[in-house]
Design a protein around this ligand. Structure first.
Ligand code: 8YV
Length: 330
């Protein structure tokens, strides 16, 4: 019997590729070349499944070109790189990697928020540039984190993990905005209060963005929302590029309309809006919020588990569109 062919689109832990080889004919990308859309299309030819990252875009036309595809295992919790309705319509299963990265990503979001509030990156650049000649009472004074109001936009698993750190570790009152209010048993231990979006931007001392990307939330943080924020406030984005209007943010930072920002994700990454590189009051990291060794390994393992299960008739642990698994009635 011929074994299914799968594509591993980006470099991952070699032992995870080896594990996949026990089940499949594997084409992989050990040198981690960045494939063009055409190259990805070419490499998917004849494949039944693929292990992807958030960098590979899958649309309806690509699916139509590859009718053998049965499963796309994204090594990310977010899956806005994949047209899921188009996959569902064609019976292609999509899986993601939730839960395994929640705490690691929340750690990083909290670290970024603290770095912005306490001006850690900005002051380190100053020191490395040899500009530290004396102590001064107001040198790099920033905003406190403990006791300050934490505003979370997107109170899913990662949002709640950020809220736990703030409420339980730093005595922060937590306000949040989400499409739907969370049940009392989630809100109460954190003292978290649902507010409308404008109130969140107006009242928070530190805003953290943790919502999934969809076209409906494109530039949900723009000129208007930034104008609502306190001049002493910070904005942290660990969600997705495109949620923040980066050009508007660069202007607000340059004009000190908000105190500081911390960004792990960018519109059009790995390109950055040039204005962000010019302002000192922003901490910039290259999309590494989930990048602890243990978590990246757990993500790769879960993506492989999903791929193997889906192509060997077992139940994939974390399907995004489980409806394609339902037995067909026709
Ligand atoms: C990934 C992420 O590192 O899980 C996500 O949604 O953004 C990150 O954890 C990245 O997307 C690679 O796939």
């Amino acid at each position: 019997m011929t074994r299914p062919a799968v594509l591993v689109a980006r470099a991952v832990f070699p032992d995870v590729v080896e594990r996949l080889r026990h089940h499949f004919d594997v084409e992989h990308n050990p040198d981690d070349e960045v494939w063009s859309a055409d190259e990805l299309r070419r490499r998917l030819a004849g494949k039944s499944g693929a292990l992807l990252t958030a960098s590979e875009r899958i649309d309806a036309a690509l699916l139509d070109a590859h009718p053998r595809l049965r499963v796309l295992a994204n090594m990310a919790v977010g899956y806005n790189n994949i047209d899921v309705p188009a996959c569902t319509a064609r019976g292609v299963l999509v899986t993601n990697t939730p839960d395994v990265l929640t705490e690691t990503t929340a750690d990083f979001g909290f670290a970024l928020m603290m770095a912005a509030a306490r001006r850690i990156a900005e002051s380190e650049h100053f020191l490395r540039a040899g500009r530290w000649t004396k102590w001064r009472y107001d040198m790099f004074v920033g905003a406190d984190v403990h006791g300050a109001t934490l505003g979370i936009l997107g109170m899913g698993r990662i949002g709640q993990a950020v809220a736990r750190r703030g409420a339980l570790g730093f005595g922060m009152p937590v306000i949040y905005h989400n499409r739907s209010r969370l049940p009392g048993e989630v809100e109460q231990p954190l003292g978290a209060r649902w507010v409308d979006k404008d109130t969140l931007f107006r009242d928070a001392d530190h805003v953290v963005l943790v919502l999934p990307y969809s076209p409906a939330v494109h530039h949900v943080v723009g000129e208007r929302e930034l104008a609502l924020m306190k001049p002493t406030a910070t904005l942290t984005n660990i969600a997705r590029g495109g949620i923040v209007d980066d050009a508007a943010l660069a202007r607000a930072l340059a004009e000190r309309r908000i105190a500081a920002a911390a960004l792990d994700v960018f519109e059009g990454e790995p390109q950055l809006h040039p204005g962000l590189l010019e302002v000192p009051n922003v901490v910039l990291t290259p999309h590494i919020a989930s990048a602890s060794v243990a978590t990246r390994r757990a993500m790769a393992t879960l993506a492989a588990d999903n791929l193997i299960a889906a192509l060997t008739g077992a139940a994939p642990p974390t399907p995004v569109n489980p409806e394609v698994l339902a037995p067909r009635r026709d």
